[in-house]
Design a protein around this ligand. Structure first.
Ligand code: IMP
Ligand code: MG
Length: 185
């Protein structure tokens, strides 16, 4: 897939580095939530691969569900608007909830989700994100389980897309914007 596709740039984080970090996060979560009723809520679509890997590194019983939101229209620019496209099916009332995200960029999505989830009376509410772009933050957000910090570049792979594509790249790559007008600001 890489050969001959000019939109896929350099590898920023390899699949081995990601796997190592996911393993560490899974171990930490398993220790912290031992004896507690934990529910993982993955934020679709981006977090589907991370959640699938993370849940297999967790050694305690755990429930899971997905919520689908949209924060980008189509390209790489943020709209600042978070839309719930699919709500979760299970109740999180009285449970320990961990929101699982692919990347924290401006922080707007998680800020919104945290507010929404708190109205549903979880016993606790924390955030786990595999990637973090701290330089782009517009609202402060505490990431309780943080994977890997990356520089201010638009990235693709490991669940992250550009205009719906490249989620299937196993490594985290930089989007090559040479031939794209809609660059992230
Ligand atoms: P935020 O609301 O700006 O923090 O954006 C969060 C969402 O934007 C993430 O869950 C991703 O879906 C998407 N996003 C942010 N940065 C990137 C990127 O570099 N590549 C692909 N998607 C991104
Ligand atoms: Mg996302």
């Amino acid at each position: 897939m890489k050969n001959g596709n000019s939109q896929i740039g350099e590898i920023l984080v390899t699949r081995e580095q990601i796997a190592q970090r996911v393993k560490e996060l899974g171990q930490k979560i398993s220790e912290d939530y031992k004896g507690k009723e934990l529910v993982l809520i993955g934020v679709l679509k981006g977090a589907f691969i991370f959640l699938a890997d993370l849940i297999r590194e967790i050694t305690i019983p755990v429930d899971m569900d997905f919520i689908a939101v949209s924060s980008y229209a189509d390209g790489t620019k943020t709209s600042g608007v978070v839309r719930i496209i699919k709500d979760m099916d299970i109740s999180i009332s009285g449970k320990h909830v961990l929101i699982v995200e692919d990347i924290v960029d401006t922080g707007l999505t998680l800020n919104h989700l945290k507010e929404l989830f708190s109205t549903r009376n979880p016993k606790s509410l924390k955030i786990c994100a595999i990637f973090d772009k701290p330089s782009r933050r517009l609202v402060p957000i505490e990431i309780d389980y943080k994977g890997i910090e990356i520089p201010n570049k638009f990235v693709i792979g490991y669940g992250l897309d550009y205009a719906g594509k490249y989620r299937n790249l196993p490594d985290l790559c930089v989007l090559n914007t040479d031939n794209i007008d809609d660059k992230k600001e």
